[in-house]
Design a protein around this ligand. Structure first.
Ligand code: PMT
Length: 411
């Protein structure tokens, strides 16, 4: 009964994913919440008021000026009643109306009138989801404090495959429950590196790796959602800059080192998720190297600085320093050694030789290794793994078990 005593206004807008809302209502009620559904006109095409009334125990609200409903509880009173306004599914059109601050039906009027937190679970075709206007509206809503749940990737009702499926009711309820828990990193500053680095050979060529940035960006979002002030230092990725945090774009390992050394002092947590190139070409040519008529070419490589080691050894070391280890064999043993060698409190080891996890996939599986224990995180979405890691870091901060001067030695 994690939502016992909570009043949830569930806004339903008109998309095919609305067929999942009876199950969502049922799960909210099972978690102890009082649920009042509010439907847009087009939601009526996908779900019936009778079903929602039976499951929530309250007739759905449809119109702003419904005299009968208003005399029972006026819309302003309803806005004040809510502990959370959850809109699921949130269509592209509803997101746009929310971002613009329109009040052209009961749902958008309630969104303006309620002091409660706003949650949206978007659902739409993958092409629509990727549209810059939708992403701009979403960024605007997040900047105004709205929490976004999902969407997920997969097969869509229209036959397309991609991002835009509404999260499952269970995941939506879990996010809501987590939001009522205290923000465990409130007042903390967290610096995160993500993505690959690019090491230039000449103006048109570089050496890099397969990191997409997905895991690092998910961790940055989870830290932000836990109330932290976040600085995300990112190598080049195809991902959109996550809202609600400071974003520093870098290219090479040396750029990332400079940005990390500028951001880390005074912060509470440093998390190195980036796949930093260990070596760079010893010589970077100013002009494009021309193809010779015959013969091979060799590139001499020079060692890059170890960013996380330098942060962990610095005078103003963050209280908790967390590294990742991308391994392909003897993963646990290599990671245990790496944790000590680099002076880390935690290391998160993922076996990047396994299919479906690690580089570029949407899922990951890992083991969090500390000086005291090893916690296995089975295969799950990178978002879920990010939340689990942030919770482990919050535990460490709370317990104040983080060693202030962990054993460390040069790489
Ligand atoms: O970006 P994705 O596609 O989502 O993939 C996620 C990931 C596989 C990249 C991520 O989960 C991961 O494993 N990141 C660490 C990759 C890596 O470089 O591992 P490593 O074992 O080589 O490095 C160990 C640690 O030292 C890391 O925290 C790394 O950021 C850091 N390091 C490494 C080299 C270096 N010169 N400076 C560093 O700070």
């Amino acid at each position: 009964m994690a939502l016992a005593g909570k009043n949830i206004l569930l806004g339903i807008s008109g998309g095919i994913a609305a067929y999942k809302t009876p199950l969502l209502v049922r799960q909210l009620v099972q978690a102890g919440a009082q649920v009042q559904t509010v439907l847009t006109r087009s939601a009526l095409e996908f779900v019936t008021p009778t079903t929602l009334a039976a499951l929530s125990g309250r007739p759905p609200r449809l119109e702003t000026f419904d005299i009968e409903a208003e005399s029972a509880m006026g819309h302003i009173e309803l806005a004040r009643w809510a502990d959370a306004l959850l809109i699921a599914p949130a269509t592209a059109h509803t997101l746009a109306r929310l971002a613009m601050g329109l009040a052209d039906d009961l749902l958008t009027t309630l969104a303006l009138a309620t002091p409660a937190s706003l949650f949206v679970a978007p659902a739409m075709n993958q092409q629509m989801w990727a549209h810059p206007s939708v992403q701009r509206n979403l960024t605007q809503l997040i900047d105004a404090g709205c929490r976004v749940i999902g969407p997920e990737s997969g097969e869509q009702a229209c036959g397309d495959v991609g991002e835009g499926r509404m999260s499952e009711p269970e995941a939506i309820v879990r996010s809501l429950i987590e939001s009522f828990a205290p923000q465990r990193l409130a007042g903390r500053r967290v610096v995160i590196t993500a993505g690959p680095t690019r090491e230039a050979i000449d103006p048109v060529r570089y050496i890099s790796n397969h990191s997409s940035g997905k895991q690092g960006y998910a961790i940055a979002a989870a830290a932000r959602d836990a109330g932290a002030e976040v600085v995300l230092i990112s190598g080049p990725t195809a991902l959109a800059k996550p809202p609600g945090m400071e974003f520093v774009a870098v290219e090479s390992a040396r750029d990332m080192l400079a940005a990390s050394q500028a951001a880390a002092p005074g912060s509470d947590v440093f998390i190195g998720v980036a796949a930093v190139a260990d070596y760079r070409p010893a010589q970077q040519h100013d002009r494009k190297i021309k193809r010779e008529k015959t013969g091979d070419m060799r590139i001499d490589m020079q060692m890059n600085p170890d960013i996380i080691h330098s942060v962990a050894r610095s005078d103003r070391r963050p209280q908790v320093v967390v590294g990742f280890a991308a391994e392909t064999n003897d993963a646990l043993q290599h990671a245990r050694d790496k944790r000590v060698r680099k002076g880390l409190d935690l290391i998160v080891v993922n076996d990047v030789s396994l299919p479906g996890i690690g580089f570029n996939s949407n899922d990951n599986a890992a083991t969090i290794i500390s000086a005291h224990e090893e916690v296995v995180l089975h295969k799950q979405s990178k978002d879920a793994l990010a939340r689990a890691l942030i919770s482990a870091i919050a535990d460490l901060l709370d317990s104040q078990l983080a060693p202030t001067n962990p054993e460390s030695a040069p790489q």
